[in-house]
Design a protein around this ligand. Structure first.
Ligand code: G6P
Length: 605
């Protein structure tokens, strides 16, 4: 959600560095972009509506020389429509800044500043932040003190990159609740919303903590806590390289990332278990004492949680509730028995998921995070952390990260089933053997092209339904989300037995219904529900376990999936559904990697 990059160096390289960074950050937002650089001692701001490519073109057309200092931003609109004046950077007096987050009390600050004679051009909270910082800076002309004062005045979330007009060799940064790293080159220093943005230039980075201020010059970084005490820091080295953010010949990142699923699922599983249940028990936290688990997440991560609920409740007999983070954080959850709050998040930065975690912590409840990004806010705040190993995911619609989340949650279910005595060692080891086939199965599913014909059918419609029961219902939620996110086809996922309580009225001749049927104990029930929609003219695409013998009068088109252990059935079955969505979106000419209005990392509530 909004991407920030900043550069200070000894060579005038700002334009290339900032544009490279913005392109790597574009998954965070792409409705407008801008940069500020120092030209002839002036802090010059260039902004455009639309994608980073538009900004690049504008800079070329203006023949703007590069500078040794610059900040840049790609926006996902919160306050004010995506247009040029709302784009960042915003400039007032001595201050030019870019911002990711929301200043919640911008209204009252605007009133104060208006009385002081400030006049505003945009509809954004960010412009108020720039003016407020200018206002407090002019009181003392002490930059760190001004940042401290602004920090205390601002409510909400922010990551700022800041240039002060009277110090043209220094980049300032400050953050609260929105991510920001500082990166270290030889004679260059950077700030960025995440590590991939600077990988082309350096792998060394420093994590900035809550409410900290960073002061960067070409050869030094100083980090201050909010009471302006300088602190020591550790320089970490990223393990990925720039190739992680290249398409590698694939037409879209989404397709590349689906093809990476066998490898990243294997990496994730092998990080916890190779062949013996004792390895799994040793590598995951001991969760025996919890009588209930609240899985709290957003989007696909929450749907991964729904799969986990079905697996954990069935295999380990522990009560699991799956909650939408933005609801959970305001609902006064009940913790009357020993509870674990489990946050599932690819980015580790999702604002609502982080807030839910902090709420649980504040109530003295234990928390665990399943996250993909090392050192992310959620990972840093949780009592226990288990990492997925999906690598960098660029496409806004998640695929490989979701698969790794489900894989790790499945291992957690097995671990809980074992420690609670529902499976013995021999059974657990046999299951581990079985789940080791998963990467191979995924390869097979990716090669399989059964989805292509179904995609042609769906691409011609504007309304689609997904039906399933149990685990298949959780899968329907994810498959339906994937389809609507990237193809803009309206889609509803329904528990198969519930359809007749209303939504069946929307089924008419030719309406595509994608029925998922892999649950052995529920298969006959789902099949009956399929008959009900078929009788009303639906065009049924049946995704079915290959060993179920379903007559061909039940469907119009069939996609078979192999029978595997229930713990991994969801991951195997989701592959053709991901490919189906991809193919439908492709046939409809959609912007697959950057769907309209969406952003990958949602750092505002
Ligand atoms: C956004 C993304 C989804 C993701 C969700 C939660 O909506 O588009 O793909 O599932 O955020 O993100 P997280 O990083 O917490 O997993």
């Amino acid at each position: 959600m909004c991407g920030i990059i900043g550069y200070v160096g000894c060579e005038p390289q700002s334009n290339q560095v900032l544009l490279d960074g913005l392109k790597a950050l574009e998954y965070r937002g792409y409705d407008s972009a801008g940069m500020a650089i120092v030209v002839n001692r002036d802090v010059r701001v260039i902004k455009t509506r639309g994608k980073v490519a538009n900004l690049e073109k504008k800079i070329e057309d203006l023949h703007l020389p590069s500078s040794v200092l610059g900040i840049a931003h790609t926006r996902w609109a919160t306050h004010g429509i995506p247009n040029q004046s709302n784009a960042h950077p915003h400039q007032h007096g001595m201050v030019t800044l870019v911002h990711n987050g929301i200043i919640e009390n911008y209204g009252e600050l605007k009133e104060l500043l208006t009385k002081q004679g400030y006049v505003f051009e945009s509809e954004t909270d960010t412009e108020i932040a720039a003016a407020y910082l200018d206002y407090v800076y002019k009181k003392s002309f002490d930059k760190k003190q001004a940042l401290q004062e602004a920090n205390k005045a601002f409510r909400g979330s922010f990551a700022f990159g800041i240039i002060f007009a009277d110090e043209q060799d220094t980049l300032y940064a400050m953050r609260r609740n929105s991510p920001l790293i500082v990166a270290v080159g030889e004679h260059e220093r950077y700030i960025a919303s995440d590590v991939p943005a600077i990988l082309k230039y350096t792998k060394d980075y420093i994590l900035l903590d809550q409410d900290e201020i960073a002061v960067l010059k070409k050869d030094e970084v100083k980090i201050y806590t909010l009471d302006l005490v300088e602190r020591d820091y550790e320089v970490k080295t990223a393990t990925m390289d720039a190739s992680a953010i290249a398409k590698d010949g694939y037409e879209h990142f989404m397709l590349k990332e689906i093809h990476e699923e066998p490898r990243v699922v294997k990496d994730t599983m092998h990080a916890y278990v190779q062949d013996d249940i004792d390895q799994l028990v040793a590598s995951l936290p001991d969760l025996r004492k919890y009588q209930q688990i609240h899985i709290v997440s957003c989007g696909s991560a929450m749907y991964a949680g729904m799969i986990a609920k079905s697996l954990i409740e069935q295999a380990a007999r522990i009560r699991v509730d799956v909650e939408i983070a933005s609801e959970y954080r305001y609902k006064h959850p009940i913790y009357d028995v020993p509870t674990l709050v489990l946050i599932v998040s690819q980015s580790g930065e999702t604002a609502d998921s982080l807030a839910a975690l902090l709420l649980a912590k504040s109530q003295g409840v234990d928390t665990m995070a399943i996250v993909n990004v090392i050192g992310s806010s959620i990972a840093r705040e949780a009592k226990y952390v288990a990492y997925t190993h999906a690598g960098v995911e660029i496409a806004v619609a998640t695929t490989k990260a979701y698969c790794t989340q489900v894989a790790l949650l499945s291992l957690m279910a097995l671990n809980l089933a074992y420690v609670h005595g529902h499976v013995d060692k021999k059974q657990a080891n046999a299951i581990i053997q079985e789940v080791q086939q998963l990467p191979e199965m995924l390869e097979h599913m990716i090669e399989d092209v059964q989805y292509v014909q179904a995609a042609k059918i769906i691409s011609r419609h504007n309304n689609v339904f997904f039906l399933g029961r149990g685990l298949d219902y959780a899968l329907c939620m994810e498959a339906s989300l994937k389809l609507k996110e990237i193809s803009y086809i309206h889609s509803e996922a329904y528990a198969a037995g519930e359809l007749k309580h209303g939504t069946i009225s929307l089924i008419e001749k030719g309406t595509p219904v994608i029925a998922i049927c892999t649950e052995e104990s529920l298969y006959e029930k789902t099949i009956s529900n399929i008959k009900e929609v078929k009788a009303r003219g639906a065009n049924v695409i049946l995704v079915v376990r290959e060993d179920f013998n379903v007559g061909d009068d039940y469907y119009d088109y069939k996609i078979s999936v192999p029978k595997v252990n229930r713990l991994i059935q969801g991951i195997v079955s989701v592959v053709p559904l991901q490919l189906l969505s991809y193919q439908v979106a492709n046939l409809r000419g959609c912007e697959i990697d950057q769907p309209r209005n969406l952003a990958k990392s949602v750092t505002v509530e």
